[in-house]
Design a protein around this ligand. Sequence first.
Ligand code: SF4
Length: 469
Amino acid sequence: MTEPLITTPLRERAAQALGDRFLHEALDIATTRFIALRRDAFGDFPEGEALRDRARAIKEATLQRLDAHLETLVANIERLGGHVHFATTAEEAREIVLDIARRTGARMAVKSKSMATEEIHLNDALQAIGVTPVETDLGEYIIQLAHERPSHIIAPAIHKTKGQVAELFSRELRRPGLPADPEVLTKIAREELREKFLTADLGITGANFAVADTGTVVLVTNEGNGRMVTSLPRVHVAVMGVEKVIPSMTDLAVFLAILAKSATGQKLSVYTTLVQGPRRPGELEGPDEFHLVLLDNGRVAQLAGPLRESLYCLRCGACLNVCPVYRQIGGHAYGYTYPGPIGILLTAMLNGPASVRDLSHASSLCGACADACPVRIDIPRMLIELRREVNVRGIAPRSERIVFKALARLLRSPTLYRLAARIGRAAQRPFVSDGRIRALPSFFGEWTKTRDLPSIAARTFQERWRDLS
Ligand code: SF4
């Protein structure tokens, strides 16, 4: 298991988020903007739909021969002078990075944005052995200063307003009275980070893709920090989920054509950095050592599991932006590293179904996530599958299991169904007003606390049908 189970109920976490005015302001502005930018980007790109199908097919074909593609990747990286490490668990991945840090005498590590290193909680582990991690992506830098965790896959500080960032910088960087002006704040972050890039011994990144045929690790960024992290420190470590391998550069072109459009509505991200091993003789920049950590952490088991399709994920964040639940409660309320609809599936993959006992229900199953996903991952189908697993394994609360069992029995038997309709019609009378049930007693009150119900019709469909025929 990667992360400890969150004990605060989802309901409480969500209620807290719903009461946060700043969170709503920040989320509303950012997600609305992302949605419009994505729509415009694909609107101007007629090839987009066919490329999404192609990307999905590449992902599926790659997973079918994952072992062979990983072998090719490893052979090519080693041919280029790099080192490859396999980590079955988050603990193993952390230990590999810590060993490299210790052996190379690192004191400071600059990092570019990487969900894989968030997943393995690398920063705390580095700090514990005396290596200072410095996040260099602006959003990550903000949340590191705030001692928080990312609340979005591509926009880690999406939950913060400009004003909150100005206050944070004023306080943490001891520069009182900073204005809520993104340009000024970005300039200050750049000044602070410049020296860190030059003094760090270790550069740590994730990887958007790794091309097996050429041994190339690909980073897609907008700020250029990825390029600095991979070229200035004397050691570069990239941590990557095993599913990020793709066969060839031709495949890479397909993914690059849809990734930035889905994430931020850009035609292409500002920087696409291709890393091929350490610096070679005659080259002027690049690290002395290059290491790739291939992380399993529950992924390989899902090659034959119900969450297999979630291994297609490009981590573009589009499904978060369109999700009506995410847009209301933000990322922190989900409680684990990966938020949003895909985050629920990844959380189950990494931490087991018990971790998503409540989270698996944090979706209206409206399908907006699947529509927005560049590789058309059927997230709603897998969420239903997770709900089933949570129920079948006895993880769901007993009362919930009893109710669903009774309901299943009732829906399978026409006689029971008709009887229940008759009883329900009589029993509902004290609670109906204007055709709605707004408050129910005892256990059922949990349902009506946040929503109302239509009353049971005076005559069922079956009764009306019988009269017509
Ligand atoms: S599931 Fe699809 S939309 Fe969501 S982050 Fe992954 S690739 Fe993007």
